[in-house]
Ligand binder design. Structure first.
Ligand code: FA5
Ligand code: MG
Length: 444
């Protein structure tokens, strides 16, 4: 009996993922609802929009090795430390990332596998995987999504090879009606690296731009209404400067779509330290990380990011391997809207909130400061994919007492059926109870 009891308490202390037990500690913040997404592997399904898009990109990058890492669990070292994230980088915070414990987490980006993939000797590769981030809730944000990392490196003695390749790619791109606006600087805060021959680094950046511009033309150029050959305006792409701890110079790429600039990826010249860590110090190259859902939502006209996870046949049966087709929405069921107003616990000052980031959720007088991601996490944990949107609609400070109050509007809507008011009331009441217990909120 006592050994059984020992086992039971051990189970309590461990989080088991993929058959591996991770001892829980003060950093553990990954709920079962998130862990349940790990086995889905949408990027491996040939007839799912994420898998279809993945294959299209893989077939565009000829000669690149497709890599698919097994585990969604990575070490903090792989996800952040080895990529040069500062100790106080906000992404490390428990409000933004899912930790199994202080050393292990769900990857927040596919860049977590860069060092291992370069170390394995791959010179040009594409790696697709599910990634996880704590975030707000709306039609384009979901705590689990998919990224594809791509990279290409050369021997530092191969400048002539790269120059020749760039000349060829430039010629090919000139034949594409693509309007490229390049407003990114490669100086000041976004320089070539001191370790690099500036001429080589500039050719690497040029190859990165050619490679991605031609991908974008392939994906978006043909799918636009009328197609690329029609008389409409050429497809517009914008390169802007960005910052990532593991690339320099760094860029973000935006596509003009539906009347606005849409960010689809981040990229840059790989920091030499990454290649040194991977034991290939003599190489030089570029890497990018793109959001598969962002691009799939456009190409397949999928209006809500939750749909990717739907097992409703009316969704899944619409797609075929190898084809980008327009999603035909089935009837939209009515939303059920509930507001929740509350006072924040008195301890939460913004100053303490900032300090808590990265500090293992420093506890302020027994309470963590209020963070919207924690609020959303509880709502999502209770209502799952029935939550469509969580929106702050009121925020005020009481003049006399100085207490802070907030009101959130939660939109519940199923994509597959009608919800009854009774069912939603039940969810709202369970969520409210947990918000009170776990976040110290006082309902108004
Ligand atoms: C990154 O994740 C970097 N690892 C990208 C990178 C790789 C830079 C290699 C340099 C070299 P970022 O956080 O901006 O960067 O995310 C990259 C892309 O993922 C975004 O452009 C977007 O398309 C997608 N993305 C980010 N957050 C979400 C989200 N919550 N939901 C859906 N897609 C998202
Ligand atoms: Mg970004």
């Amino acid at each position: 009996v006592s050994s059984l009891r020992g086992l039971a308490s051990k189970v309590q202390q461990d989080l088991v993922v993929g058959g591996i037990a991770y001892p829980k500690d003060a950093w553990t913040n990954t709920p079962g609802t998130i862990l349940s997404k790990i086995p889905k592997r949408l990027h491996d399904q040939a007839d799912h929009p994420i898998g279809i898009l993945r294959s299209q990109i893989e077939s565009h990058f000829k000669g690149f090795t497709p890599v698919s890492p097994a585990a969604a669990v990575v070490t903090v070292k792989e996800n952040f430390d080895e990529l040069g994230f500062a100790p106080d980088h906000p992404g490390r915070s428990m409000t933004d990332s899912y930790y199994l414990n202080k050393d292990n987490m769900l990857r927040t980006h596919t860049s977590a596998h860069e060092v291992a993939t370069f170390r394995a000797g791959h010179d040009s590769w594409l790696l697709s995987a599910d990634v996880y981030r704590r975030d707000e809730i709306d039609s384009s944000h979901y705590p689990a999504f998919h990224q594809m990392e791509g990279a290409r490196v050369w021997e530092q003695s191969d400048l002539a090879v790269l120059k020749k390749l760039n000349a060829e790619m430039k010629k090919q791109l000139e034949a594409c009606p693509l309007l490229i606006e390049d407003i990114a600087m490669t100086s000041g805060d976004n320089p070539y690296q001191a370790e690099h021959d500036p001429e080589f680094a500039a050719e690497v950046a040029q190859n990165l731009k050619h490679s991605l511009n031609s991908l974008i033309f392939r994906l978006f150029g043909q799918t636009r209404p009328g197609g690329a050959a029609s008389n409409e305006e050429p497809l517009k792409v914008r390169w802007i400067e960005a910052f990532f701890p593991f690339t320099s110079p760094s860029y973000e790429v935006e596509v003009w779509w539906g009347g606005e600039w849409l960010e689809i990826l981040g990229c840059g010249v790989v920091k030499q330290q990454t290649l040194i860590t991977a034991d290939v110090p003599h190489k030089i190259g570029w890497a990018f990380g793109l959001g598969l859902e962002r691009i799939a939502m456009i190409l397949f006209s999928i209006p809500d990011i939750r749909l990717f996870w739907s097992e409703d046949a009316r969704f899944t049966k619409q797609f075929q391997a190898g084809q980008i087709t327009t999603f035909q929405p089935y009837s939209k069921y009515p939303p059920c809207i509930k507001d929740i107003s509350f006072w924040l616990p008195e301890t939460a000052s913004e100053e303490h909130g900032a300090k808590a980031a990265g500090g293992g959720g420093a506890v302020v007088q027994g309470r963590k400061p209020f963070h919207e991601n924690d609020f959303c996490e509880i709502v999502r944990d209770v209502a799952g994919d029935l939550v469509e949107n969580v929106n702050l609609i009121d925020d005020f400070t009481h003049k006399k007492t100085g207490r802070k109050s907030k009101c959130y509007r939660i939109t519940y809507r199923s994509m597959d059926r009608s919800l009854s008011n009774e069912e939603v009331n039940k969810l709202q009441s369970i969520a409210s109870g947990r918000l009170v217990d776990e976040m110290g909120l006082e309902l108004r």
